[in-house]
Design a protein around this ligand. Structure first.
Ligand code: ZN
Length: 468
C-alpha cells in the first residue's frame, strides 16, 4: 500500500495526498453528521489527466474510489464505508470555468466548481444558469450532475440532466471520454452522457461538463399565498400555468408547521399575514419584458385565485428585499427542522395530480403508526416532489423516535409506491436507499442497471456500495 500512496504522491504532489486524521476528517463524515467512514487517503488531483492517472493506479491496485464534490449530499453517496479500503477522490481542485460561449448559450466548467460560482460566471456574461438549491454555496456542479440534482427551478428549466449538453468523464479504466462539444442535437447512438448523469459516481468520475445557459430575466416577482389545502394549490398551479406559461419559474408548497418552525428558529423572519393558514404557496414569475409587466401578470393570477376562492390571502413582494425574505421562509425550513431536533426525511415524488390525495392518505397512515408525529411537508409542488419530513410528537425523545425510522420509512415508501411515485425524487440513492430501492424497482430495471454497472466497472471499484 505504501507503493500505491508513493505513486499517488509522485503523480499529484505529496501535498495533495492526505492521510493524517486531522486532514482527512472533513471529507469522511456526511453532511448531516450521520455517518463517518474511513479511507486509505484523500486524494486531490488538480487536472483531468491527474484524475485519470489516479484512477489507473487504483485500477491496477484494485483500490475502490469514492468520488466527492462539496459533500453536501443527503443519502450517504459521497462518503466511504467503514472498511478503510477505499480512497476518497476529492474533485474540488478541478474548479476552473474553461469557457463561456454566449452565442451557443453554453459554458464549460470543471466538476469541482461551486454551483454559486457557476451562476455568477453565467451572470457575468449576461446569462442565467438556472440550477438553484439550498446548498449552492458549497455543492459542486460535478455532484449536482452525479446526483441529477433538482432544486427550485425544475418547473421551468428541468433537472440538472436537462441543463447538461456534454460531459468529460474518467472511466473505470482511467480513460477519458469527452463529449464537450456543446451540441444541442447529436443522435449518434446510445446517450453515454445520460448514463453518467445521476449515476452517483458508480460508473466513472465526471471531471467537466458543458452546461446550458439562458437569457437573464428582466424581472422576477414573488408572492406568498395562504390557502387551505394542497388540492387548492394544484388548482392555483393550473391557473398560473395557463396565465403565465413559461414565466412561472417557482411554485413551492409549505405547510403551516414548516413556517412555524422557521419563525421559531430564525427570529427576524415572520409570517406576513395576520393569521395562520394550513398551507402556503410561494410563487415566482420571471419575465423577459419588465418589472411592470411581471407584476401585472402576478397580480392577475392572485386576483383570479382570490375570486375563485382558491386562496384566502396573498402578499405580493413590493421589493427585492421583501422577495428575498419570502424565499428565506422557504429556504430555512430544513435548518429550522434540524434546530427543532432529529427528524426523518423523505424526498418523494408522485404524479402532480395525485399530491393532495397522497398527503391525505399518507398523513393518516403515519398518525396510525406514530400517533402525534408532526408532518413538516414542503417542496416543489410544480414538480410533484415533496420533502415529506416527519418530526417526533412534542415531548417524545429523539432517540425513541429514530428507532422507529424503518417503520416510518416503510409506511411512507409503500404509500409512494401505491401512488405510482418515486422514493428518491432529487437526492439519489447513495448507500442510504440502496436496499430500500430493491423493494420498489422492477426486477427488469434492476437487472439492466446491474448489467450496465458490470460492463462499465467490472471490478466494482467506482463508489462501491452506492446505488446498487
Ligand atoms: Zn428540494
Amino acid at each position: 500500500m505504501s507503493d500505491f500512496l508513493q505513486a499517488c504522491r509522485e503523480l499529484i504532489g505529496a501535498s495533495h495526498v492526505l492521510t493524517a486524521a486531522a486532514d482527512t476528517a472533513g471529507y469522511l463524515t456526511d453532511q448531516r453528521g450521520r455517518f463517518t467512514g474511513k479511507a486509505l487517503a484523500v486524494l486531490k488531483p488538480g487536472t483531468t489527466d491527474e484524475v485519470a492517472g489516479v484512477v489507473r493506479l487504483c485500477a491496477a491496485h484494485r483500490i475502490p474510489i469514492v468520488p466527492q464534490g462539496g459533500n453536501t449530499g443527503l443519502v450517504l453517496g459521497s462518503v466511504p464505508d467503514a472498511s478503510g479500503d477505499a480512497v476518497l477522490l476529492s474533485l474540488t481542485r478541478l474548479n476552473r470555468i474553461r469557457a463561456v460561449d454566449p452565442i451557443n448559450n453554453t459554458m464549460t466548467v470543471e466538476a469541482g466548481c461551486i454551483l454559486e460560482h457557476v451562476q455568477q460566471a453565467a451572470a457575468a456574461a449576461q446569462r442565467l444558469f438556472p440550477l438553484s438549491l439550498a446548498a449552492q454555496g458549497s455543492c459542486t456542479i460535478g455532484g449536482n450532475l452525479s446526483t441529477n440534482a433538482g432544486g427550485t427551478g425544475v418547473l421551468r428549466y428541468g433537472n440538472t440532466r436537462e441543463l447538461c449538453l456534454g460531459l468529460e468523464v474518467v472511466t473505470a479504466d482511467g480513460d477519458v471520454m469527452s463529449s464537450l462539444r456543446g451540441l444541442r442535437k447529436d443522435n449518434t447512438g446510445y446517450d453515454l452522457r445520460d448514463l453518467f448523469i445521476g449515476a452517483e459516481g458508480t460508473l466513472g468520475v465526471v471531471t467537466a461538463a458543458v452546461l446550458k445557459l439562458f437569457p437573464q430575466p428582466k424581472a422576477q416577482v414573488t408572492a406568498l399565498l395562504a390557502l387551505d389545502t394542497p388540492d387548492q394549490a394544484l388548482r392555483v398551479l393550473e391557473l398560473a400555468q395557463a396565465q403565465c406559461g413559461a414565466a412561472l419559474t417557482g411554485f413551492e408548497l409549505m405547510s403551516d408547521l414548516c413556517l412555524q418552525l422557521v419563525i421559531r428558529h430564525f427570529p427576524p423572519l415572520r409570517l406576513p399575514f395576520n393569521q395562520a393558514s394550513p398551507q402556503y404557496l410561494l410563487l415566482e414569475l420571471s419575465d423577459s419584458e419588465s418589472e411592470a409587466h411581471a407584476s401585472a401578470m402576478l397580480e392577475s393570477v392572485v386576483g383570479a385565485a382570490l375570486e375563485q376562492e382558491l386562496i384566502t390571502d396573498a402578499v405580493v413582494a413590493a421589493s427585492i428585499a421583501q422577495s428575498k425574505s419570502l424565499w428565506l421562509l422557504r429556504e430555512n425550513i430544513s435548518m429550522a427542522q434540524a434546530h427543532e431536533g432529529k427528524n426523518i426525511k423523505h424526498d418523494i415524488s408522485v404524479p402532480i395530480s395525485r399530491i393532495g390525495e397522497f398527503i391525505r392518505v399518507t398523513d393518516r397512515l403515519l398518525q396510525a403508526a406514530s400517533p402525534g408525529c408532526r408532518m413538516v411537508t414542503f417542496g416543489h409542488l410544480g414538480d410533484g416532489n415533496l420533502h415529506y419530513n416527519v418530526s417526533p410528537p412534542a415531548g417524545v425523545s429523539d432517540v425513541s423516535f429514530i428507532t422507529a425510522q424503518a417503520e416510518i420509512n416503510r409506511v411512507v415508501h409503500d404509500s409512494v409506491d401505491q401512488f405510482g411515485g418515486s422514493i428518491s425524487a432529487e437526492h439519489g440513492l447513495g448507500a442510504l436507499k440502496r436496499e430500500e430501492i430493491l423493494r420498489y424497482k422492477s426486477p427488469t430495471e434492476l437487472k439492466l442497471m446491474r448489467s450496465i454497472k458490470q460492463a462499465l466497472d467490472p471490478h466494482n471499484l467506482m463508489n462501491p456500495g452506492k446505488v446498487l
